[in-house]
Design a protein around this ligand. Structure first.
Ligand SMILES: [Zn+2]
Length: 76
């Protein structure tokens, strides 16, 4: 069974994300809980939107790619 990373389309054995994007997604989720403490009532979608729009957030390319993917997905 062969799958593809939903972000970069690289071939993976299973799941939705390659190793790099899987780690990036975890970091993104971890950072979200920090942000929720800093900004009151920040929703996951607002958070993704910020990641999407603010190029200055030092989150890393991979995490940003995951954020953009998830944000686009949430609009559907
Ligand atoms: Zn990937």
């Amino acid at each position: 069974m062969v799958a593809q990373c939903v972000v970069c389309q690289s071939t993976i054995e299973k799941g939705d994300y390659c190793d790099a994007h899987s780690i990036a997604k975890k970091n993104l989720e971890k950072r979200f809980s920090d942000w929720q403490k800093a900004y009151n009532k920040l929703t996951w979608k607002e958070y993704l939107n910020r990641m999407n729009e603010d190029a200055d957030i030092p989150v890393g390319e991979w995490a940003k790619e995951v954020a953009i993917h998830l944000f686009n997905q949430s609009k559907k």
